[in-house]
Structures are given as structure tokens and as C-alpha cells.
Design a protein. Structure first.
Length: 642
């Protein structure tokens, strides 16, 4: 017999050829040493010498895995630590973990561990349809079998793409099974096609992947419950905001409803189709989002009802394939799946919300969140209809009362918890509602703090609406973008596109600071807001930092005004940011409080806590003004490095 066709008996765990030594159970022969089944196999490739883990190393690896699985951690942390443990012990450089969602027929590459960070980012968002035509990856999960294969043997174009991107020639796939159901796959990537590389990896990983499946399942359930909780808290807040801010502005209310709905499920297109009672025309509101660049476009149009007859007669929430309905193509609603959510208002108006996902389907928990928010939005829409019947005076008083209440909740109600910083901040509007805004936002990793202060043109309800929307956008952007200038540029895009054709355009000045808490470096970007003060504890002097930039909302392209300034912060240094309502406060002689007085009182009170500094400065301003009315919002923020 040829060397590459030798028949051997070997244990699945021990592997080395030997004389059978075991017991028979239910017609199968098991090794007496490790209790694994013996098999007879034809090996086409002679076994090469391998670097086998010693018994002590195997035991240590298994104990480390058990310790990892028994601990409580988030999904990202679990995937990172598990793959790092495999890389460290088995010396494998490239590992992938796929997670399956059989409800959606979808497999996503949830984590990719490689020494090249750019490679991690490039392929982490890969999604695969759960379809056997896709090849060996789906086959491994469907059959719940471990498979070692060469990527060059696969016909689906994905494998060529994956091989060229990662340099992978062969791959070991181990299904992650929970209750005999595949919840994902662990993949080990090899740069060669030699079968001898994978056998020890397979043996040792199969011992731990079952326990990993339990931890992965628990982590996924925990993440899902957390997301659901956050979703419903966000929905409640969004519904309150809609009810309190947009009752008298129907189009803006619908726009914010669509923006919230699309944000819940990361939809690229969201529509509302309205059909008033006894009419053959419908009004359509459409919002399109660029998820990568945070671009938002809206449009309204009037359409004949006959082309949308099927949609307007939907009685309950349902998901459909957009290719099956010509109406979706006419509306520009394209994607992998569309969800349709019908609503009938008390005045007889039929409404249908339509959302599309670009390349995935809608999971059940997202549909539940959409239904919940649509129910809340329905109340807002009906309240808006009733609100139109109020008298002008009553409506104005109600607007001011509601907007003042909601604005107070949008400003920071508590300071971030920090052992190295002290905070102070407040705003006193000139009217019941102000257009000033300040905030401090701690990043999810708690390593960066974003500080901002801004001033919207105008006063009252209109300025308050702009302030509330900018706050919503800012809180979203700081989670996905590192650069203060990029965030400022996106806010400018929103203001310009939303208000360029308005009767009264809306502009905003802004200072945005990114504070790296580990390095105590400030990265400052400005948008025409002027200066802020930095008191240096070492010298006792005050530095003026000019934020530069241009007012937001004036020009479509502000790239030529780009500015980012780096500043070092040392212990006991104190920052003071303020709006022009502070320095331009008038007394009875029409004199301004001015920057010199502000600097003087800031320096005089520097020994106090930041909050007390602001209270002291405001007291001086009130003394200076005497009986003169406040004509502009007064807003100040102070932060001290301990």
C-alpha cells in the first residue's frame, strides 16, 4: 500500500495510531483512557511532526477557558478574551467568530482577531445569508459538523474575496452548539493548506467550544435584554419630546418621528403615508439616511391613492420583500426587507409607516420596539390635531410651558462621575425658553470627555427646537466619531439643509472640546463662538483660547474653516466657557459687563469650586445689571483638573 493511503486506527483525542484499548458502548468502541470514540480512517497525507501541547499546557488552557466562561462580561469582552486566549496558547494569529441569527436567516462576522488592526475593521461587518448555496460555512452549521477545507475549493465569490483580503488558504470551522442548535462558528484561518496543521487545534478547541457556547448564548441574551431596555427608555424619552416640542409643527413632528424610527433599526429609508378621510390623494413624507456619513434628507409629495391601495389597506404590522411590490420601487423604498406599520387616527386619517433595511432583515425585538414607538407616536399625532383647535394665546402659553420643561431635561441634570475632574454649569434663559446649550458627555469607554457650549440664533420656542435637535445629533455622533471637527461639520450639514429655505434661517455658534482623560490632552474645535478662558494654576494667569471657525448653518461647505487645536491640561487648571449673554449683559446706562470684568471676577474667585465660581460671576452680573432686563440667555460652564 502507498504511503499516502495507509489505514490507521486511532482515538479521536489521542490521535496517535495504537492497538485498541477500550470498551464497547451501544455498538461503538471508546478509548479507555479518554473515553473518546475510536475510528478507522484512510489518511491521504502522511502525519507530520506537530508541536503538541503538553498535558500540563492542555490542563492550564482548559482551566483558563473555564475561568473565562464562568465570569460575567459583555459580548465584545467575551469574544476578545476568548480569541486572545486561543492566540496565546495555540499560537494562531487569525481567528474569527461568526454569530448566527436563524430567525433572520443571517450569519454575521461578530469578531475577527488579527495582528493587523486594519484587517479587523475591514471585515468585521460581513454578513452571510443562511443558505446552503453559500458553501461550507453554512453547511458546517446546518450539519453541526467540524470541517477543515481549502478556500480555493469553494465556488461562491465570498471565499475568493475573504482569501484575498486575509491571506487565508485554508480554514478550520467548529460549530458553536447550544442545545444542539448552532448559535455560531469558531474559525481558525491558516496561510497554508497542509492538513497536518489543524488536527491538534480541532481536538483541543472541540473540548472548550461547548462551554463557550453557553457563555456566548448567555452574553447574547444579556445584550439583547440590555438593548431592549435601552430602546424602550429611548422610545419613552423620544415620545415625550415629540409630544412637548412638535405639537404645533406637523411636518417637523413627522420628520422627528421618522428620524427616531429609522434610528431604532438603522434603516436607510423611512416613510409616512397619510390619507385623510374621504380623499383620493395621499401625502407622503420620506426620510433618507446615509448611515456612514450621517446625512439626512427629507421630502414630501402628493400621490394618487390607487398606486398605494395595498399598503393603505394593511391592518397589522408585517414584513415584506420590496421586490414583490411595484409601489415600493416607485417610492424609492429599496432594501432586503421592508416593514409596514399601519396606524388609524381618531379623526379617520389612515397612516402607514414604511421602513427598509439595506442588507439585513428585521428581528422580532426590533419590530416590537417599532410597534411600541408607533403607538406612542400615534398619541402625539392625535394630540397635535387637537392642539390645532386651541386659541393662539393658549397655544403660545402651552408651548412655552412645555418647551421650558423639556429643555430643562435636555441640559445635564447630573455631572459625570470622575475622580479627576470638578464640573459646574448652568443656563438662565432670557425668556421662558433659551437657545443656549451646554453639555458634558462621557464616551462609552469612559476615557474621553466631550465638553460643549453653543448659542442658537434667536430666542424662544424656535431656538429651543433647534437646540434640542442639535443635542440629539451631538449625543449620537460622539459615539461614532472621534474628531470634534467632523462632529461640527455634520451639525452644520443638518442646520444648513434643514433651514436654508426657511423664512427665518437658524444659525448656531459652538465650541466642542474632546478631553482625553488618560493623556490630559484637549482637542478643541470651534464654530464662530469666540474665546474661552483657561486659568493656569502654576502661573496664576488666564489664557484666552480662540476657538475660531465659522457660524454653523450659513454655508453648505465649511471645510476651509477647519480648525483643531491641541492644549495640555495640568493639575488644578480651570476652564471657563460662556456665551455672549454673559459679556453683553447691559446695565441701566447701556454699558456692557464685558470680558475684562469677567476675567477679573473669574480670577478673583478661582479658589472656589467650579460651581461656586459660576454662581459668584452670575451674582456680579445681576448686581451690575440692577433693574435692567436680561436681553439674552446667560450660560456658563467651568471644569477643573484635580
Amino acid at each position: 500500500m502507498k504511503a499516502d493511503m495507509v489505514e490507521e486506527t486511532f482515538c479521536l483525542l489521542c490521535q496517535e495510531p495504537q492497538l485498541p484499548d477500550g470498551v464497547t458502548k451501544q455498538g461503538r468502541f471508546f478509548c479507555r483512557t479518554c473515553d473518546k470514540e475510536w475510528i478507522l480512517e484512510k489518511r491521504k497525507i502522511p502525519r507530520l511532526e506537530k508541536t503538541v501541547l503538553s498535558s500540563e499546557e492542555k490542563t492550564e488552557f482548559l482551566l483558563d477557558c473555564l475561568s473565562l466562561f464562568n465570569s460575567s462580561m459583555g459580548l465584545e469582552d467575551l469574544l476578545f478574551r476568548f480569541t486572545e486566549l486561543i492566540r496565546d496558547r495555540l499560537k494562531r494569529e487569525k481567528l474569527a467568530i461568526f454569530i448566527a441569527n436563524l430567525e433572520l436567516g443571517d450569519i454575521r462576522l461578530a469578531y475577527y482577531s488579527a495582528t493587523q488592526k486594519s484587517l479587523q475593521r475591514a471585515i468585521k461587518r460581513i454578513h452571510i445569508d443562511y443558505d446552503l448555496s453559500f458553501g461550507v460555512l453554512v453547511e458546517s452549521m446546518a450539519k453541526r459538523e467540524t470541517i477543515f477545507y481549502s478556500l480555493s475549493d469553494q465556488t461562491h465569490p465570498f471565499y475568493k474575496f475573504y482569501s484575498e483580503l486575509t491571506g487565508t488558504k485554508s480554514q478550520l470551522i467548529i460549530p458553536i452548539l447550544y442545545a444542539n442548535t448552532a448559535v455560531g462558528m469558531l474559525a481558525v484561518d491558516y496561510d497554508e493548506e497542509d492538513i497536518s496543521q489543524y488536527e491538534e487545534d480541532q481536538d483541543i478547541l472541540k473540548l472548550v467550544v461547548g462551554q463557550f457556547a453557553v457563555s456566548l448564548r448567555n452574553s447574547l441574551l444579556y445584550s439583547k435584554s440590555q438593548n431592549q431596555s435601552k430602546n424602550f427608555q429611548s422610545l419613552h424619552t423620544a415620545a415625550l419630546t415629540l409630544s412637548k416640542l412638535y405639537l404645533d409643527n406637523h411636518n417637523e413632528m413627522i420628520r422627528m418621528i421618522l428620524l427616531t424610527l429609522s434610528g431604532i433599526v438603522e434603516s436607510t429609508v423611512a416613510c409616512l403615508i397619510e390619507r385623510p378621510k374621504q380623499t383620493m390623494s395621499v401625502k407622503m413624507f420620506k426620510l433618507s439616511r446615509d448611515l456612514d456619513n450621517f446625512q439626512i434628507d427629507t421630502e414630501t409629495s402628493t400621490i394618487n391613492v390607487t398606486s398605494l391601495f395595498h399598503l393603505l389597506n394593511v391592518k397589522e404590522t408585517q414584513t415584506v420583500d420590496p421586490k414583490e411590490y411595484t409601489a415600493f420601487h416607485a417610492l424609492g423604498v429599496i432594501g432586503k426587507e421592508v416593514v409596514v406599520l399601519p396606524v388609524t387616527l381618531d379623526d379617520g386619517k389612515d397612516c402607514v409607516f414604511v421602513l427598509a433595511k439595506p442588507d439585513t432583515r428585521f428581528p422580532q425585538d426590533e419590530i416590537e420596539a417599532l410597534n411600541a414607538f408607533v403607538s406612542l407616536a400615534r398619541i402625539t399625532m392625535e394630540n397635535a390635531s387637537l392642539y390645532e383647535n386651541l386659541s393662539k394665546k393658549e397655544r403660545l402659553e402651552k408651548e412655552i410651558e412645555i418647551a421650558k420643561e423639556i429643555q430643562s431635561t435636555l441640559l445635564p441634570r447630573r455631572i459625570p462621575e470622575s475622580t479627576s475632574l470638578k464640573f459646574g454649569g448652568f443656563m438662565v434663559p432670557a425668556r421662558g425658553i433659551g437657545g443656549d446649550y451646554y453639555d458634558y458627555i462621557l464616551s462609552p469607554n469612559e476615557k474621553e470627555l466631550f465638553l460643549c457650549i453653543g448659542d442658537v440664533s434667536g430666542k424662544g420656542v424656535a431656538a429651543g427646537l433647534v437646540m434640542a435637535t442639535v443635542r440629539t445629533i451631538l449625543h449620537s455622533l460622539v459615539r461614532v466619531k472621534d474628531s470634534p471637527w467632523e462632529i461640527i461639520n455634520d451639525i452644520n450639514n443638518y442646520l444648513y439643509s434643514s433651514y436654508k429655505d426657511a423664512v427665518t434661517p437658524r444659525f448656531m455658534s459652538l465650541i466642542l472640546i474632546k478631553w482625553s482623560l488618560d493623556s490630559n490632552q484637549l482637542l478643541v474645535s470651534g464654530a464662530g463662538h469666540g474665546v474661552f478662558y483657561l486659568h493656569r494654576a502654576s502661573s496664576g494667569e488666564i489664557e484666552e483660547v480662540d476657538s475660531g471657525g465659522v457660524i454653523l448653518g450659513i454655508a453648505e461647505d465649511i471645510s476651509r474653516f477647519k480648525n483643531e487645536v491641541e492644549i495640555d491640561i495640568r493639575p488644578k487648571d480651570t476652564i471657563l466657557m460662556f456665551t455672549d449673554g454673559v459679556t453683553e449683559a447691559y446695565n441701566e446706562q447701556e454699558e456692557q459687563f464685558g470680558e475684562l470684568a469677567l476675567k477679573e471676577f473669574f480670577k478673583r474667585m478661582i479658589a472656589k469650586e467650579p460651581k461656586q465660581i459660576l454662581e459668584g460671576i452670575y451674582s456680579e452680573i445681576k448686581t451690575f445689571m440692577k433693574s435692567k432686563d436680561q436681553h439674552d440667555d446667560i450660560t456658563m460652564v467651568s471644569i477643573r483638573k484635580l
